[in-house]
Design a protein around this ligand. Structure first.
Ligand code: MG
Length: 413
């Protein structure tokens, strides 16, 4: 018994505390699998979730965090009820954005995995950086909306910001040991999504089900639709700018359907360095947790002899206008990237709800961006206000498109 207690004490003293924002999503669940595979090096101290209280209850039973956060009071009561029923010790339960912030700032957490999808992840992630935590970042919207503020907060507190997004994780690996002045450009790879070989006509007719058929990665709905429109890559160009300090002109996108090369850098002597691996997010997550060390990984290594061909193509900017919209937002800067992100989130939601067509997503974003009055981004309130405004403007554009579609259908009938 005594030995057991001593071992347990040693574990909590030695192990690094991890807090996960977005624990019940795809990245959150994969993070927990990585933590488990790494044995006693890490322990979970806090979990931030939304409405999936069933999954959170399972995670609490397995990982025993001291603090959790859910979307609202109703979810908190449901969670407490579930834990009582199952005889699981209840951790402190918090709600809403304040709850996520508490998770992000928790004293016992050395590492915060930021895996909430969308703009809602911004403030908690920023708080984790201000508190000096290592942030393993999967939430790209944080950097798209407020890259300047977020990277400044990290610099000021000395917090490390490590990307979990597979492309940026790859570039982080490629840049290790290279001199900044000797790197000419970054090359982000894109799978091309389910419409890579489809005509514009087919894309106009695409259903939600068609768009959810991602050829190589299994991800949540928002990222999957963003991959189908290539907006995901557009957001990643902006993300790469803030993470690595390269201008838009020095960040290229190449379509690579096999998704084996996760991204590349090109050096001034024309050498290209690529990072390759299996299409499993757990590689990037483990890298961010154990950096600067590398450790054995539970996943099987990539079998090169099984790769018959690796293709690289230029993206079709006419069929995928979202990519250009993102470059435009990055070039202009200010509040325009936040506006792009907000309009995109609204348009994707409307597409998933069957209200607009896939090809309407870029139309909505373009209209909202064109009408947006760009402001300098000196403070977070300006960004959050731009986000709110762009959402309202996008809602109006979506309503307009839905109405004209209905009129067109009625005329046909
Ligand atoms: Mg990615």
């Amino acid at each position: 018994m005594l030995t057991h207690c001593l071992r347990l004490t040693a574990y909590f003293l030695m192990a690094k505390g991890i807090a996960i924002l977005g624990s019940t999503g795809s990245i959150g669940c994969n993070t927990l699998r990585v933590v488990e595979s790494l044995g006693e090096q890490f322990h979970v101290v806090a979990l931030g979730a939304g409405r999936n209280v069933w999954k959170l209850a399972e995670q609490i039973a397995l990982y025993r965090p001291q603090l959790v956060s859910v979307a609202n009071e109703e979810c908190a009561q449901e969670l407490a009820g579930l834990l009582r029923e199952r005889g699981i010790k209840t951790p402190a339960i918090r709600v809403g954005e304040a709850g996520l912030i508490e998770v992000a700032r928790m004293a016992q957490a050395e590492i915060v995995v930021s895996a909430i999808v969308g703009a809602i992840g911004l403030v908690p992630t920023l708080e984790a950086l201000k508190a000096g935590k290592r942030v393993a970042l999967a939430n790209k919207e944080t950097l798209v909306m407020a890259g300047e503020i977020v990277t400044r907060a990290a610099r000021e507190s000395g917090a490390e910001l490590l990307p979990i997004d597979s492309e940026h994780n790859a570039i982080h690996q490629c840049l290790r040991g290279e001199k900044r002045a000797e790197v000419r450009r970054l090359v982000l790879t894109a799978s091309g999504g389910p419409f890579r070989c489809k005509s514009l006509r087919e894309m106009e007719e695409a259903t939600v089900e068609d768009a959810m058929q991602h050829p190589t990665w299994t991800m949540g709905a928002k990222v999957t639709i963003d991959s189908a429109t290539l907006m995901n890559k557009g957001l990643e160009v902006i993300e790469a700018h803030w993470l690595f300090g390269f201008d838009g002109e020095a960040i290229d996108v190449v379509v690579h359907p096999e998704s084996v090369v996760h991204s590349m850098i090109e050096l001034v002597d024309n050498s290209i360095i690529a990072q390759m691996g299996a299409t499993d997010m757990r590689h990037a997550i483990q890298y961010a947790l154990t950096y600067p060390e590398r450790q054995a990984c539970a996943l099987p290594p990539l079998d090169l002899t099984q790769l018959s061909v690796l293709r690289f193509e230029a993206p079709d900017r006419a069929r995928f206008p979202c990519l250009e919209l993102a470059y435009r937002a990055l070039r202009t800067g200010g509040t325009l990237p936040a506006c792009l992100n907000a309009a995109n989130e609204m348009a994707v939601e409307a597409f998933l709800a069957g209200r607009i067509r896939l090809t309407d997503i870029s139309r909505v974003i373009d209209r909202v961006m064109t009408k947006h009055e760009v402001q300098a981004t000196r403070d977070l309130d300006v960004i959050l206000e731009a986000d709110r405004e762009a959402r309202a403007a996008a809602a109006a554009e979506i309503a307009c498109l839905t109405l004209s579609e209905r009129i067109a259908v009625e005329k046909l009938v």
